[in-house]
Design a protein. Structure first.
Length: 346
């Protein structure tokens, strides 16, 4: 019972860190570790030695990219891995950054799903904080859609969206809110969706220098159109930790991913942040008038983008809706088999 309590405390901590008033996270996440208690001595939930990777054991190769987070490198640790190195200031940290980091890692490590990136471990000795995950092959949806301008047919979009819903449904069932669902965090590996960076938002936001790359409001480019109205309305300079993330704000972000898949561009394309903030905050949505898609497909967008969080669906019901969408004839014709893997990668 003691253990259950400590897990509950983690959840409470999570809620207070994000400032989320949501009670979504309670309950189910607890069931995970119950059985392990009998066989292994109980660990302090913030120590997690079995997931520690000594920094020197990881070979670090070239930089793959730099996000808000820090730097992502290709590396080697029992095979090819991605290493996310956090930029931390060695000075004057009261330990809260390290605690947040450990807390978010403790959420991350509890995930096992086909459509989620594999967490392998973390380097926990400041100033060397890093997360080691499997290296995603393939490209992100962002690269496919916005850089390569690959076209996704409705059928392909549905297959991708179904897998996102499956991975996200799993996360939500475990009480984990992604907080940063976007096409840059979704890889497509031979037709298989792999979602990355779930639950790491607080630590990325606590890292030094985050606002350097954003605009005057500290808003990183390409972030705004994933934010639900209640988050937009809560935006304050330098207060990103207090944003009201919830399962429903993940659903809103999914709506934007769905729009990108179908339209090949971001909603509110070309509009300045001030204008997007004003519109979304008041409940104005991107118009779908010029969009070539069936009513059912547009309805998914509209319901995910509902102004009231309570009106948005959850991932299981979204998955159900996606599975019921009528397939285009092409998909049924044996002479024109639809291979998501081939068409998405080519
Ligand atoms: P963002 O998600 O905003 O692009 P990140 O810091 O998460 O920023 O990622 C930086 C870069 O590293 C991106 O190009 C991303 O595609 C790449 N990357 C992140 N995680 C992985 C991974 N597990 N495998 C391969 N590449 C990755
Ligand atoms: Mg990322």
């Amino acid at each position: 019972e003691e253990h259950t309590n400590s897990t509950k405390n983690e959840v409470t901590r999570e809620l207070s860190l994000t400032g989320s008033g949501s009670t979504d996270s309670g309950g189910r996440a607890d069931s995970l570790d119950k059985h392990s208690d009998a066989r292994w001595p109980r660990q302090n939930s913030l120590s997690m030695k079995e997931w520690d990777i000594p920094y020197d054991d990881v070979k670090i190769f070239e930089v793959i990219g730099a996000g808000r987070f820090g730097t992502v490198c290709r590396g080697s640790w029992h095979g090819a891995v991605a290493v996310k190195l956090l930029h931390v200031l060695p000075l004057s940290d009261d330990g809260s950054l390290l605690d947040t980091f450990k807390h978010e890692v403790s959420i991350f490590r509890k995930t096992r799903h086909e459509n989620l990136v594999l967490f392998m471990g973390a380097c926990m000795k400041p100033p060397r904080l890093a997360i080691v995950t499997s290296l995603c092959k393939g490209m992100t949806l962002y690269t496919h859609i916005h850089l390569r301008k690959d076209k996704f047919t409705a059928n392909k979009s549905v297959l991708v969206a179904q897998q996102i819903s499956q991975g996200m449904g799993y996360l939500h069932a475990r009480g984990i809110i992604h907080k940063d669902l976007k096409t840059k965090n979704i890889f497509l590996e031979s037709g298989k969706v792999v979602i990355t960076d779930f639950g790491l938002f607080s630590v990325t936001k606590l890292c030094f220098g985050n606002n350097a790359r954003g605009d005057s409001l500290g808003i990183p480019s390409g972030w705004l159109c994933y934010l639900a109205p209640e988050i937009i309305r809560a935006l304050r300079p330098h207060a990103s930790l207090l944003l009201p993330f919830s399962k429903a704000t993940d659903i809103y972000a999914f709506g934007t991913v769905w729009y990108e898949l179908l339209c090949g561009e971001f909603p509110f394309k070309g509009q300045p942040p001030e204008s997007i903030i004003w519109q979304v905050g008041k409940g104005v949505k991107q118009s779908l008038a010029n969009m070539q898609a069936s009513r059912d497909i547009k309805d998914i967008l509209m319901v995910c983008w509902s102004y009231r969080a309570a009106d948005r669906p959850d991932f299981p019901s979204l998955l159900n809706t996606l599975q019921k969408l009528p397939k285009k004839r092409l998909a049924r014709s044996p002479s024109h088999p639809v291979h998501l893997s081939r068409s998405a990668d080519s």
